[in-house]
Design a protein around this ligand. Structure first.
Ligand SMILES: Cc1ncc(COP(=O)(O)O)c(C=O)c1O
Length: 296
């Protein structure tokens, strides 16, 4: 299954209110979302049959659409129920969900007043591929050439497809040079985030993480900050200059897909995944595991 193209898989995708066979979940080539980037989406994970932070993700999907000037034709509650049902329909207890909403092909041109809003939800199996031991070796990243844009130039809080253009460019450039991913700076040159995950550093037992003023304030990021504070670990959300990475001891990425992933290097800056990162990985695993499953 892992190598099968994503349009060739088996399963059922919820598409504008009904289920369609996976291979039939198609869009027209004149779709507004495809030409002009008017698409928003979410990345959500389920653990042990329960969707982690379902309400937060669904609210963010609705807010992302609003940021792009459209309302979803379903309520938050309806979309939450749909996501739970998509898991059941695809026989998944652990998996990744991808709700997506876009302006359709009802009219063509930049102005999109006549375009309908389409919504779909797919889900598939997406385990954490690495054992803790493997993960603790850490990723090797580089600093991207592309920067997160000035928040006055884009709706930076939206999880909108168009904003990922520079993320894909940065990820490909990193992969071409043998790195797993890239850290992007913001428009002022401060450390911002990875191409699809937030970044944290640890120095002298204190956590430092960029303030999300020009990029997504990840739901995992917020969870990890909360977990750290519960452990009594000080968390400083602030502007971080790239040169400051020279003094940081540990580094990790956070995201729904990445969960907590230790980092061994970012360009010339090296880190040793250590006790604080490992503690938070355990705490995060406990947090996402449904209580009933944990008790088994
Ligand atoms: C650009 C970007 N930043 C940060 C994140 C982390 O967000 P979350 O923890 O809500 O998944 C993601 C993943 O969705 C992302 O794509």
């Amino acid at each position: 299954m892992a190598d099968l193209a994503f349009d060739q898989r088996e399963g059922r995708i919820w598409y504008n209110g009904e289920y369609v066979d996976w291979k039939d979940a198609k869009v027209h080539v004149l779709t507004h979302g495809l030409h002009y980037g008017s698409t928003v989406f979410e990345g959500v994970r389920a653990y042990g049959g329960e969707i982690f932070k379902l309400k937060e993700h669904t609210e963010r999907l609705i807010a992302s659409a609003k940021a792009l000037g459209f309302d979803l034709p379903y309520s938050c509650e309806e979309l939450m129920e749909v996501q739970k049902d998509v898991l059941i329909q695809n026989n998944l207890t652990d998996g990744y969900l991808r709700p997506v909403a876009w302006r359709g092909a009802e009219s063509m041109g930049i102005g999109a007043h006549d375009c309908k809003i389409h919504v779909a939800v797919a889900a598939w199996d997406w385990p954490s591929y690495f054992s803790l031991e493997e993960r603790m070796k850490g990723l090797h990243l580089m600093i991207a050439d592309w920067r997160r844009p000035d928040p006055r130039t884009i709706p930076c809080k939206a999880k909108a497809a168009g904003l990922y253009m520079i993320c894909t460019l940065s990820k490909h450039a990193a992969n071409d040079k043998g790195f797993t991913d890239a850290i992007m700076l913001d428009h002022e040159g401060y450390v911002a985030e990875a191409t699809g995950a937030n970044v944290f550093f640890i120095k002298d037992g204190v956590i430092h993480t960029p303030r999300p003023d020009s990029f997504l304030d990840g739901i995992t990021r917020q969870t990890v900050i909360d977990l750290a504070k519960r452990r009594g670990i000080e968390v400083q959300e602030r502007k971080i200059l790239p040169e400051e990475m020279a003094d940081m001891e540990e580094c990790f990425l956070t995201g729904t897909a990445a969960e907590i992933t230790p980092v061994a290097s970012i360009s010339q800056y090296t880190f040793t995944p250590g006790a604080v990162t490992e503690r938070l990985i355990h705490d995060y695993n406990d947090e996402v595991t449904p209580k009933a499953v944990a008790a088994e």
